[in-house]
Design a protein around this ligand. Structure first.
Ligand code: GLN
Length: 297
């Protein structure tokens, strides 16, 4: 039986840009999403929205129409736009993303902003470690903003490191990236350790909406604290006295993370809110003269 004319799988109607956008809107996409998917299907920069508006009568080739329809269908089935477009903006950088990595969230900019307040803006090199880098978002944003810092990023997932290394290369940012399970494979000491680790509880109902993203980057045991606990336990051996550990965590985990940091010997423990005003990051300073390793050369 023929598809109804307004079916998302029917491309016969999409002979020009105006019709393609109309159909995408009727399938539930916002105007911005539809415009970005259409620009992607036309092989144009995603910033070219003004071009679309002035070319509403331009015709699509059958291949373009089919490609666009397929993307709209995948979007209406819940696939994140960032994966469909193959990119996500984070802290002013365009990062390539695919299902090997978590999509960087705007909330994680809280972690970057806090880290930047601790890194000297004047030339002078600070050593920074990003744990569980995924697409490389946090490490690359820090290196971009503080080029004189020496940034090391680790991830337990080799496929994720492929994405992160490709991002470093295409952005021309010199960040060293190695495979390690938290700090097990890391040597040396740092002025600052940052991490956006997995922190969602196993079985959390929010996971249903995150089914396209790598589960290992999201979940961390029954209370969501497994990885946070490991990082807090391991970090002191790799922090200079006076160095900071900053952690992103779940919307209701600031109290627990503060307690873990205090119990682990950190001082000046405090939290920072995300864009929605939710305490999203908690960090602390390793005491000068604490048991962390001294800077070796
Ligand atoms: N902030 C993400 C979310 O809840 C989770 C990221 C993480 O586990 N690090 O969608």
């Amino acid at each position: 039986m023929a598809e109804p004319a307004d079916s998302p799988n029917d491309t016969s109607n999409l002979d020009n840009i105006a019709k393609a956008l109309r159909q995408a809107l009727s399938s539930g996409l916002t105007r911005l999403e539809a415009q970005r998917l259409l620009l992607h299907s036309l092989g144009r920069p995603l910033t070219d929205r003004a071009w679309l508006t002035s070319h509403v009568h331009d015709t699509l080739t059958p291949e373009q129409a089919q490609g666009f329809t397929a993307l709209c269908t995948r979007s209406s089935q819940g696939e994140p736009l960032a994966y469909l477009l193959g990119q996500q903006e984070f802290f002013g950088l365009t990062l390539a993303v695919d299902p090997r990595v978590l999509i960087p969230r705007p909330d994680t900019e809280t972690l970057v902003n806090w880290a930047l307040t601790l890194l000297p803006a004047a030339p002078g090199s600070a050593r920074v470690l990003d744990l569980g880098t995924g697409s490389g978002a946090v490490a690359l944003a820090l290196k971009h903003a503080r080029p004189s810092s020496e940034v090391l990023a680790i991830d337990a997932s080799e496929p994720a490191l492929c994405v992160a290394r490709a991002n470093a290369l295409s952005l021309g940012l010199d960040v060293r990236m190695i495979a390690s399970c938290w700090l097990e494979g890391v040597s040396g000491v740092f002025d600052l350790i940052v991490s956006n680790p997995p922190y969602v509880r196993t079985g959390d109902p929010h996971l249903a909406a995150l089914g396209h993203e790598p589960l290992q980057a999201l979940t961390a045991g029954a209370d969501g604290h497994d990885d946070l606990r490991q990082i807090i336990a391991q970090a002191p051996q790799h922090l200079l006295g006076g160095g900071w550990l900053l952690l992103e965590h779940g919307y209701d985990q600031a109290g627990a993370v503060s307690m873990l940091l205090q119990a682990g010997g950190f001082e000046a423990v405090s939290s920072r809110p995300d864009l929605a005003g939710i305490l999203r990051c908690t960090g602390g300073r390793w005491p000068a003269g604490g048991k962390g390793t001294e800077r070796a050369g």
